[in-house]
Write a protein that binds this ligand. Structure first.
Ligand SMILES: N[C@@H](CCC(=O)N[C@@H](CS)C(=O)NCC(=O)O)C(=O)O
Length: 286
């Protein structure tokens, strides 16, 4: 593959572009096969995978349960995106965008579907009145950082992570462009955390839960191979301080392992249906 490219008048899909995950990508939406979703007995049915976007939600569930909210019990079903589970008809009914995480709130008379990790966090925070303050200024700060993450994350994941770790060859232009932006984002967070204990101020909120699985994992060296050294993440000392504090929280340690089907065997909780499922799982952050 050459790094110079003359686009044709009209783009057409080639069979394979060689990148990781290329085999599941198509330029069309919608179900590719009839496949019903499994259903457990709890009020919440989560369909997910322990990628950073999935982990935002499982941290939230574990935090709600740790706070004593029994009504937040959930079944977490594994969606293997490398096998195309996200294109099954049942999943597409819950998320027409075919991406994890997707949630069914079955706690009321009628099921409510929620997709987009940010929307799921807000739904749960509002429902249980936790991790999202009501006071207008404090709420606006949390929402601003939450939407900051949802808008900024794709430059880190789809931009930097893709070209640094997944593209079929290393290309200077995109790696340079997205590294610049990723480091700028890390600096935004570092400056915010220089003056605040948590992302949105003195309280731990859904903004922390959204940002930790991406930027916390990045500075802890848990995202995109050897990117920590490349990005000199040790330079962001306030961000490191915050990430180190968050990994002291049991709910964070638990949430990051739910729906995990990769990595060390003793840290994989593929499906979660009760707290007892964590028996035998090593929660150590590594
Ligand atoms: N903006 C979405 C992004 C979700 C997303 O990109 N999910 C990825 C995994 S991290 C996915 O399901 N990819 C499958 C695919 O693209 O087919 C959110 O925050 O929920």
């Amino acid at each position: 593959m050459s790094t110079t490219y003359e686009p044709p008048k009209v783009w057409e899909m080639k069979k394979e572009n060689g990148g990781a995950f290329a085999s599941i990508n198509r330029p069309t939406a919608g179900a590719r096969e009839e496949k019903a979703l499994p259903r457990g007995e709890h009020p919440f049915q989560l369909y997910s995978l322990a990628t950073p976007n999935g982990v935002k939600v499982t941290i939230m569930f574990e935090e709600l349960l740790a706070a004593g909210i029994k009504e937040a019990e959930y079944d977490a079903h594994l969606i293997d995106i490398s096998k195309g589970d996200q294109f099954g008809s049942g999943f597409v009914e819950v998320n027409p965008n075919s991406k994890i995480p997707a949630l069914v709130d079955a706690s009321g008379d009628k099921d409510i579907r929620i997709f987009e990790s940010g929307a799921i966090l807000v739904h749960l925070a509002e429902k249980f009145n936790l991790f999202l303050p009501k006071e207008p200024a404090a709420r606006a700060e949390v929402m601003s950082w939450l939407f900051w993450q949802v808008g900024s994350g794709p430059y880190l994941g789809g931009g930097f992570g893709h070209f640094f770790a997944y593209a079929p060859e290393k290309m200077e232009y995109p790696i340079d462009r997205f590294t610049m932006e990723t480091k700028r984002q890390l600096d935004v967070l570092d400056k915010q955390l220089a003056n605040n204990k948590y992302i949105a101020g003195s309280e731990y909120t859904i903004a922390d839960m959204a940002i930790f699985p991406w930027y916390g994992a990045l500075v802890k060296g848990n995202l995109y191979n050897d990117s920590a050294e490349f990005l000199a993440v040790h330079e962001y000392k306030h961000l490191n301080r915050w990430a180190d504090e968050l990994i002291q929280r049991k709910a964070v340690l638990k949430g990051r392992l739910v729906n995990r089907s990769f990595g060390d065997e003793d840290q994989q909780l593929k499906e979660r249906h009760s707290d007892a499922d964590f028996d035998g799982i090593d929660l150590t952050y590594r």
